[in-house]
Design a protein around this ligand. Structure first.
Ligand SMILES: [Zn+2]
Length: 338
């Protein structure tokens, strides 16, 4: 048995984290110390409705506890991270951007009734920021901005060690910061939003445009050969690999992506003067090819000399950041205001 589970007999030893994603839903047991003990995954597309989701979740919780020889009494609570608009004070998922059928779902009360465990829900970027605050790159910081780069761009603002949610829980929509009023149309209805340049699909689209414009023999291109000569197989991961091998086209794509992010960060520096930025999500794994231009642009555009030195750090919690964040979010909600 996990050491952290064995030593804590008189207080809740684990928290359940649920990370609802557009492709999969992950459920896991996480210790107070932020260690993921075990997890289960379910394909989001196979979950027919919020009611079906609750059934699956109830069974999953039961199975996870059983396979780790834990009772319900050893669970402090359940935290959920949902990708969309979440009404945190009322525990309601108002709308999920990429998952149809979720509108005004009172998930907290439903989960509590089904499992008998205290539950909490917030936006996925917010719970990830809590994970980084307690167990990751945010340790020791009270004021920072967290960005998660993936299909969309999630944002979370931590002020004085707490999440800043705004009047209606809508704060932190950094992905929809407008960079160009005449830019391409965004799913939110505006034009030229940050997400429209640095979201997964748009990074790939940029690479494909550059590939089409290539003058020389395309088969010699590193990026294409890494994708088995199939442009439709290009992913941000492959694009990062090609850049690491010195592929000029891929480096260009990352330079542009980093530049757009840097513009957004400079606006945030001037607006909030945070101690640091923490950047996570799959796209952030590209590493220095993305971070270097991002840092250069942010430093160049920030107004104040001190602002120019704001550290831009990689998130520490990697693929399970959502799960660990959601469980840690439940812990913080139970132990203090969050
Ligand atoms: Zn937008």
């Amino acid at each position: 048995m996990n050491h952290e589970l064995r030593t804590l007999n008189h207080e809740p030893s684990v928290y359940i984290g649920i990370d609802i994603g557009a492709t999969e839903v992950k459920t896991g047991l996480v210790t107070r110390q932020g260690t993921l003990v075990s997890k289960e995954r379910h394909e989001t597309a196979k979950i027919a409705s919020p009611a079906h989701f609750l059934d699956i979740l109830n069974e999953t919780v039961h199975r996870l506890l059983q396979s780790n020889a834990l009772s319900k009494q050893s669970v402090g609570g359940i935290g959920i991270g949902a990708p969309g608009w979440v009404d945190y004070p009322h525990g309601i998922v108002r709308e999920l951007t990429n998952i149809p059928g979720w509108r005004d779902v009172p998930i907290v009360i439903q989960l509590q009734t089904a499992t008998g465990l205290k539950s909490f829900v917030d936006n996925d970027a917010n719970v990830m920021a809590v994970g980084e605050l307690i167990h990751g790159a945010g340790r020791g910081h009270e004021n920072f901005v967290c960005l998660t780069l993936g299909t969309g761009v999630g944002g979370a603002i931590v002020v004085d060690g707490k999440l800043y949610r705004g009047a209606n829980g809508l704060a932190g929509e950094i992905g929809h910061m407008i960079l160009d009023l005449n830019g391409p149309e965004c799913a939110c209805g505006a034009r030229g939003c940050l997400e429209r340049y640095v979201g997964n699909r748009f990074i790939i689209a940029n690479a494909l445009r550059k590939l089409e414009a290539l003058a020389g023999p395309v088969h010699e291109n590193i990026l294409l050969s890494l994708a088995d000569n199939r442009p439709d197989k290009i992913t941000p991961k492959i694009l990062a690999e090609a850049a690491a091998r010195g592929d000029a086209l891929s480096l260009d794509v990352w330079r542009e992506t980093g530049h757009y992010l840097g513009v957004a960060l400079s606006v945030l520096v001037n607006l909030l003067n945070p101690e640091c930025f923490i950047i996570g999500g799959g796209v952030a794994r590209a590493g220095s090819v993305l971070f270097d231009p991002m840092r250069d642009t942010a430093a160049r555009l920030a107004m104040n000399q001190l602002g120019k030195t704001t550290p831009i750090m990689e998130a520490e919690l990697k693929e399970d950041a959502g799960l660990i964040g959601a469980a840690t979010f439940a812990l913080t909600c139970l132990e203090k205001a969050c």
